[in-house]
Design a protein around this ligand. Structure first.
Ligand SMILES: *Cc1c(COP(=O)(O)O)cnc(C)c1O
Length: 397
């Protein structure tokens, strides 16, 4: 393999998303090769020994490292402005590894209540089984952060914007409080993507992604990633991944790598379409409220504006008339699909109360602002006017 380093000049984001990490084989192929192999061979017994004791830096086994996965990791790190990146088989594997690799019995974790359902399960159900103390708070309330982080805390985990109610957490303030409490701040940046928000630059220590969402962005495969300092990725996370094995398939890494090349083009289009759709929904009498961080009516619009440079592709809105009205709208749509995925080129809508957040108790749903009339719309790359027409006809039917 020859490393393709065309220049020592610092390259701009668009160039990095197309070229960072690129390395070519002796065939000089243009496009990145797929290394669909689990193992590697050694020229001698001595070489094998040196590969294992670390004196030789080379591929040993694809649970540890794979050339195609390594290109994906390097490119995503270059986009995020992180020292290092480790890829995982799914977003949940990334969340799980980022938390468990650094926690032990007796530690304390603080998180907002507004989280993706499986993140709530890991933090609220799994971690306490191993003697880890967990406190959930209202992530939009600075006083609650100050109180919760007035005690030593090892990890703070949060999503901003959150799924599905698009709550915004003040990253710089929470990072400062987390560090005072002696902990690391882990941010699930799925809704914002590396294009619209850079948590590390605001003080976060670790960023996690479900690459299944906008990074693939075309509904093809699962993947995840954890980014942070080289010290965290190599010494804390590295051994955990190496020995527990949530490795990303080289084929999926290649698909995600191709996704990265068009990431900014796609998410800018998602966001522009989402803005159009959010404004349209806000104008409709059938809709009780619209949640989109870009709208001035969003309760934390000012904060969103200060820490994001775009507002993403997800819009949540509440139908007057509760579940019946929400179901009628879903069943009346002809272009927008009913699906629980998000960040896809196709517009997808779901009813969180009965799908993604079904397992929560009615009290937990109320705390998170998930009502029976709430719908979460992941706005795709179609023509925005067709999406508005589809919603208008379904609202009027
Ligand atoms: C989808 C999602 C995940 C989980 O990712 P998978 O790739 O489905 O495992 C985690 N966090 C957020 C915010 C998500 O939207």
């Amino acid at each position: 393999m020859t490393k393709n380093t065309p220049t020592k000049r610092p390259l701009r984001l668009r160039t990095r998303q197309v070229r960072a990490g690129l390395s070519r084989t002796g065939f000089s192929e243009t496009n990145e090769a797929i290394f669909m192999n689990s193992g590697y061979v050694y020229g001698s017994a001595q070489e094998a020994e040196e590969s294992f004791d670390g004196t030789r830096d080379r591929m040993v086994y694809s649970r540890f490292k794979n050339p195609t996965v390594a290109v994906f990791e390097e490119r995503l790190a270059a986009l995020e402005g992180a020292e290092a990146c480790r890829a995982t088989a799914s977003g949940m594997a990334a969340v799980h590894a980022a938390l468990v690799c650094q926690l032990k019995s007796g530690d304390r974790v603080v998180a907002p209540r507004a989280l993706f359902g499986s993140c709530t399960w890991i933090i609220g159900d799994l971690l306490p089984r191993f003697g880890i103390e967990v406190e959930f708070i209202d992530g939009t309330d600075t006083a609650q952060w100050e109180r919760a982080l007035s005690r030593p805390t090892q990890v703070v985990f949060l999503e901003t914007p959150s799924n599905p109610t698009l709550e915004i957490v003040d990253l710089a303030r929470v990072a400062e409080l987390t560090h005072k409490a002696g902990g690391r701040l882990v941010v699930d940046n799925v809704f914002a993507t590396p294009i619209f928000q850079a948590p590390l630059s605001l003080g976060a220590d670790v960023v996690v992604y479900s690459a299944t969402k906008h990074i693939d962005g075309q509904g093809r495969c699962l993947g995840g990633a954890v980014l942070g300092s080289a010290e965290f990725c190599n010494d804390v996370l590295g051994p955990y991944l190496r020995h527990t094995g949530p490795a990303l398939s080289p084929f999926n890494a290649w698909v995600l790598l191709k996704g990265l090349e068009t990431l900014d083009l796609r998410v800018e289009c998602h966001a522009a379409n989402a803005f159009t759709v959010a404004r349209f929904l806000e104008s409709r009498p059938e809709v009780a409220r619209v949640l989109y961080p870009g709208l001035e009516s969003h309760p934390q619009h000012t904060l969103a504006k200060s820490q994001m440079c775009g507002y993403g592709g997800v819009v949540a809105f509440e139908m007057k008339g509760g579940k019946d009205a929400a179901y009628k709208l879903l069943d009346g749509l002809e272009v927008i699909d009913i699906s629980n995925n998000l960040g896809d080129s196709k517009s997808l809508v779901c009813h969180p109360w009965t799908t993604t957040h079904q397992r929560l108790t009615p009290e937990q749903k109320a705390e998170q602002g998930i009502t029976e009339g709430l719908l979460r719309l992941s706005v795709g790359l179609e023509d925005a006017d067709d999406l508005v027409d589809d919603l208008r006809l379904a609202l009027e039917s």
